[in-house]
Design a protein around this ligand. Structure first.
Ligand code: PHE
Length: 459
């Protein structure tokens, strides 16, 4: 039987949704994307995309979720548009794909927690060796999946809420502490300059694609995670205010993570272009510099909290297909969790092997005109995060504006926000879903697909 819980109060929902949003995307992915995307120009684009293109999608997703109280596929049917079900299913598949590799990286984070506790600070210099060791990283991936299974099978409000309430603020405090420490190091200012002084000549279609994908990925949008969480929200909730709070928290934490990382990278003379290994290569040296026990404690705590942040995201990723199986196919919750988790793990095996273990998967594809090959895990990210999430954003805003219609969306948004009509927020969301999101997202997605996958040089 379907078992749906609710969040205990407003803060519960905001924290859980922020828990979904804040994760490896902010602390692992954002800094390395900034590093590869040329620094501050990427940061500027990312911020713009979050507020202009992603925010209206967030509002729409929460509204659809709350209105229908269903998973993404069931939601469209419940609104009376069965034909749109496919959009929900697409999101569910995309989430499954994202979780398959996200869990691998979450396993790395947890593995680093263990290494820090053991005082193995040289793990930063052995990152490649670490990810290549399939039994170790495979083991960590299994352990991490078990954590996720444990929480999701207990239902959405019990586990997630309690953990998020304590751990998120601790993580933020810790990052702020590290930002302050970072500022005291030699060459810190070079890092800040790279991060905050934009050189707009760095912008090209690839960086636009990555910044756009990063905005959607980091805010958990475009695939239905926020529809699913929205389905647990109370009618008195002000959706627009919650969406604003979640967006600000998520963007704020990503911003702090960058502020922490780049001074560290420059002070150690490392390469900003370190890719998926950037934080894993950089941070152990930082913790070592704190000295002995302090390094072990801070380093251990950091990777433990990072693992928790990842966990609140893997939980939301797993919850999407699970709520689909529970609502639509009447699968018992615990069974659904196990079934989906096993499938996700199997799909994730090639990503697990794509970081040094298998040569073919590590050098999976060389895009036309690219200098070096892209590994399978990154390739999955290009398809799922950078392409399908924005496509989900295009379709969901078009659905809300032209199929479900503004009056219905507005009615949902007014519940919990009586003055919504005539407000600036109404105009912002309306313009976003009717014109800006469908149009601008379509142009950006088409251009970046042409360039990335077909090598068409557009500019
Ligand atoms: N937003 C999460 C992060 O930044 C990842 C995620 C993407 C979670 C999509 C759910 C849906 O880590």
């Amino acid at each position: 039987m379907a078992q749906r819980g609710g969040f205990s109060n407003r803060l519960g929902f905001v924290l859980a949704a922020a828990g979904s949003a804040v994760g490896l995307g902010n602390i692992w992915k954002f800094p390395f994307e900034v590093g590869q995307g040329g620094g501050a120009a990427f940061v500027a684009m990312y911020l713009l995309f979050c507020f202009i293109l992603a925010f209206p999608v967030m509002v729409t997703e929460i509204a659809i979720g709350r209105k229908t109280q269903l998973n993404p596929a069931g939601a469209y049917t419940a609104l009376g548009y069965r034909k749109w079900r496919g959009l929900g299913v697409l999101g569910i598949l995309c989430g499954t794909l994202i979780l398959s590799y996200y869990n691998v990286v979450a396993g790395w984070a947890f593995g680093y927690f263990v290494e820090m506790i053991l005082g193995n600070f040289d793990i930063g210099t052995r990152f490649g060796e670490f990810t290549r060791d399939i039994t170790t990283v495979g083991g960590y991936a299994i352990v991490f999946m078990l954590f996720t299974i444990f929480i999701v099978s207990r239902g959405v409000s019990g586990g997630i809420e309690k953990a998020a309430k304590i751990l998120m603020p601790t993580l933020i405090a810790m990052i702020i502490g590290l930002v302050i420490y970072a500022m005291t190091l030699p060459n810190a200012m070079k890092g800040i300059e790279f991060y905050l002084v934009p050189d707009f000549s760095e912008i090209n279609l690839k960086t636009i694609r990555s910044a756009l994908g990063q905005a959607f990925f980091s805010l958990s949008l475009g695939m239905g995670a926020i529809i699913t969480y929205g389905s647990y929200v109370d009618k008195n909730e002000n959706i627009v205010a919650s969406a604003a709070l979640i967006t600000l928290a998520d963007v704020g934490i990503a911003f702090l993570a960058g502020l922490m990382l780049f001074p560290f990278v420059f002070s150690q003379g490392l390469d900003t272009n370190g890719g998926a290994g950037l934080i894993f290569i950089t941070l152990p040296g930082v913790f070592e510099s704190l000295g002995g026990h302090l390094g072990v404690i801070i380093g251990g705590a950091f990777f433990l909290l990072l693992s928790f942040a990842a966990l609140t995201s893997t939980v939301s990723l797993l919850e999407v297909p699970v709520s689909y199986a529970v609502d639509e196919h009447r699968v018992e919750r615990k069974k659904a969790v196990l079934l989906v988790a096993v499938i996700v793990f199997i799909i994730g095996i090639p990503s697990l092997m794509a970081n040094g273990y298998s040569k073919i998967l590590t050098n999976f594809i060389t895009y036309i005109g690219a200098e070096s090959p892209t590994d399978f895990m990154t390739f999955v990210g290009h398809i799922a995060n950078d392409t399908f999430l924005p496509v989900g954003g295009i379709l969901i805003t078009m659905f809300a504006a032209y199929v479900w219609k503004k009056e219905n969306l507005n009615r949902e948004l007014e519940a919990g926000y009586p003055n919504f009509k005539g407000s600036f927020a109404e105009k912002y969301v309306d313009l976003g879903i009717r014109i800006i999101c469908p149009l601008v997202l379509s142009i950006l997605v088409i251009m970046s697909v042409l360039e990335t996958f077909f090598g068409v040089e557009l500019f």
